[in-house]
Design a protein. Structure first.
Ligand SMILES: Nc1ncnc2c1ncn2[C@@H]1O[C@H](COP(=O)(O)OP(=O)(O)OP(=O)(O)O)[C@@H](O)[C@H]1O
Ligand SMILES: [Mg+2]
Length: 251
């Protein structure tokens, strides 16, 4: 299987707080990989590091064979000038659905989807992708001229996912898509995530506090504790792991 994303020994700090310590992970093309961990374990920080929103103190991140992030202290002056930006990372095919959805609530559904396609130059392609999103999430089609703030939490999450897909990514990063939603709505969203992976062949990296949902939905999983990877295995093995059961599944 082909490796699409490799995170190699990265560390990230906020001032004196070391949020990630020597984290290594990989995601194979076509897989759904999940990352579970408690509040404050560093899950969102990891996703921000992948898209270039938080600088690395150490380590490297490679996407599709190319280094997309590298600790500044390990770069030459020339490399610093050339170092790729968040937009360029998006252009390479990574799209993020941030924690708490972060929709533009004053904008309509349609305008939000347009924002997701800001790197796409071809208007016809943008139109086709929007129609595909309205087919895939019919509720968004029915609400396309409505301001986003009037949508329910689940509808906003669907819109945030659709917005990420508008860039035509090879990989999407989802930060707690189930947060604050009712179980039935979460099940609906996870079903969509599975279709995006299986039908559209988009590789998925899923961050969740809802460990059971995440492990059931994925092929492989990582467990993050205090900024460090403490377990990595197939999701089925993690579901049966005594430590995971006790700490994350309430069994
Ligand atoms: N901007 C920031 N400035 C300072 N500290 C931060 C910042 N963002 C996160 N942290 C700290 O870094 C650690 C990891 O935070 P992070 O948001 O990555 O955790 P998380 O696993 O996503 O948590 P949650 O499940 O609550 O979303 C925490 O201790 C947090 O307080
Ligand atoms: Mg978080």
């Amino acid at each position: 299987m082909r490796e699409l994303l490799r995170i190699d020994d990265i560390s990230v700090s906020y001032g004196n707080i070391r949020a990630l310590k020597n984290v290594s992970m990989h995601v194979n093309e076509g897989d759904i990989v999940c990352l579970i961990g408690a509040n404050g374990s560093g899950k969102s920080t990891l996703l921000k590091a992948i898209v270039g929103q938080e600088p690395l103190v150490d380590g490297t991140i490679v996407f599709d064979g190319e280094e997309i992030c590298k600790a500044r202290c390990n770069m030459s002056r020339k490399e610093r000038r050339r170092h790729i930006t968040t937009d360029q990372i998006a252009a390479r095919g990574i799209a993020m659905v941030p924690e708490g959805r972060r929709v533009f609530s004053d904008m309509t559904v349609e305008e939000n989807l347009d924002m997701g396609a800001f790197l796409v130059r071809d208007d016809k392609l943008i139109g086709e992708r929007k129609e595909a999103m309205y087919d895939f999430f019919p509720i968004l089609g029915a609400r396309k001229r409505q301001k986003t703030r009037s949508l329910s939490g689940g509808e906003q999450q669907m819109m945030a996912i659709a917005r990420a897909l508008m860039s035509g990514p090879r990989m999407i990063l989802l930060d707690e898509p189930g947060l604050g939603l009712a179980p039935l709505v979460i099940a609906d969203i996870f079903e969509k995530i599975d279709l995006i992976n299986k039908q559209d062949k988009v590789t998925v990296f899923l961050v969740e506090q809802n460990a059971r949902m995440a492990l059931r939905a994925s092929n492989e999983g990582y467990v993050l504790e205090n900024g460090q990877v403490v377990l990595h295995d197939s999701s089925s093995a993690l579901l049966a792991n005594e430590r995971v059961k006790a700490a994350y599944l309430g069994e």
